[in-house]
Design a protein around this ligand. Structure first.
Ligand code: TXA
Ligand code: MG
Length: 356
């Protein structure tokens, strides 16, 4: 399949942007697939109400079909058609955080095909805040099913370049826009129970959610990797975002962490292996490796969130065999946005953590 790549830049005239998105929307209405930017990561969109479109999304990603898709909407009035009921707490959360990086799980209405929900009677819904995503969804008919636009098992794409790398030849169109703002996938909250439960941590934190609706639970599998239960978001059970090189997280006093990492990289480099480091700005000058990535300041998880998936892909391109990352905060309950970063980093590392 020939993939059309359509470029949209910030200063493009609104009419030209609107024309391009109308064309993209028409592809979705006809049952095709279009990758588009959101504020979290790039999404791979298809008509959420067309089972054939969902089938194509799974095929393009190489994704197991028991892993349900998020339905993206652009207008609160469109929610009624795809969910059975809107619980009061969900309405409050929508008022507070939509449009934005929050996905909520509802009981699904009959019109949502099981192909979109991976066979579940619930449906995940998100209203993105990215203006291009918003307009595109409207032009596409209002209901766009979209997982992250990566091949299954690869990091979610934060730049159009990585969408092209994974999806060229597999889908109809890629909208090449600027890089995303947040860099990690949305927070997922199940609102079908009395006390809403976080199934995937993200930019909207437990504290932010509970300031609006009170008590919020956290799926235990997020911070307990040895937990016997499967995660409630089916996608969280897969080993995601794994770089080709072996990634290890190193925890401890900052100077000890630097000493240990440099010792390891020196060992591997002398054996002819290329090494990489993800470190905080404060420690940058002290590191030695083939590739050293600056994750920004220790107290601010936003930079590392925005760069993490890019770093992981760059390490692959640079043929890095061993990667060491500083730890970016605990993975216990309510650590704010740092928790979402650590959740993704731990998955990428296959939970390999060394305490020094
Ligand atoms: O930020 C995001 O959410 C991005 C952008 C494109 O919007 N999308 C995204 O989609 O991350 P995806 O497919 O890569 O991840 C969706 C997650 C999976 O872990 C899936 O199992 C879970 O949402 N999910 C979807 N529907 C669900 C449902 N009905 N019940 C529980 N989990 C669900
Ligand atoms: Mg994904």
């Amino acid at each position: 399949m020939k993939t059309e790549i359509v470029t949209i830049r910030k200063l493009d005239p609104p009419e030209s942007v609107s024309d391009k998105l109308s064309y993209a929307g028409e592809i979705i209405r006809q049952g095709g697939l279009v990758a588009f930017p959101t504020e979290t990561v790039y999404g791979l969109g298809g008509d959420a109400l067309n089972p054939e479109s969902s089938r194509k999304i799974y095929a393009a990603k190489g994704r197991p079909s028991d892993n349900p898709l998020i339905v993206h909407i652009a207008d609160m009035a469109h929610l009624d058609r795809i969910v059975c009921e809107i619980p009061e707490k969900a309405q409050k959360l929508a008022d507070a955080f939509w449009p934005g990086p929050l996905t909520m799980i509802f009981r699904k209405a009959a019109g949502v095909p099981y192909q979109t929900t991976g066979g579940l009677d619930t449906v995940a819904v998100r209203m993105p805040s990215h203006p291009l995503a918003n307009l595109f969804i409207q032009k596409a008919g209002g209901y766009v099913a979209a997982p992250s636009a990566n091949l299954s098992g690869k990091p979610s794409p934060t730049l159009a370049r990585y969408v092209v790398q994974d999806m060229d030849g597999r889908i109809d169109m890629i909208i090449d826009a600027d890089g995303v703002e947040i860099g990690l996938e949305s927070t997922i909250v199940d609102v079908t129970c009395d006390v809403p439960v976080i199934l995937r941590p993200g930019y909207i934190t437990q504290q932010m959610l509970s300031s609006v609706v009170g008590e919020i639970d956290m799926d235990v599998t997020i911070y307990d990797s040895d937990c016997a239960h499967p995660p409630k978001a089916p996608g969280m059970k897969y080993r995601h975002y794994a770089p080709k090189g072996e990634l290890v997280i190193v925890e401890g006093e900052p100077q000890e962490v630097v000493r240990y990492i440099n010792e390891q990289t020196a060992l591997h480099e002398s054996a002819g292996k290329r090494t990489g480091i993800i470190g905080t700005q404060e420690m940058m000058a002290q590191y030695h490796a083939s590739s050293v990535k600056d994750a920004g300041s220790r107290g601010d998880p936003k930079t590392i969130a925005r760069c993490l998936y890019t770093f992981l892909r760059e390490f692959d391109d640079e043929d890095i065999a061993y990667i060491y990352a500083e730890s970016f905060g605990g993975i216990c309950e309510d650590q704010g946005f740092g928790q979402a970063v650590m959740n993704r980093l731990l998955k990428a590392a296959g939970h390999r953590v060394i305490h020094v």
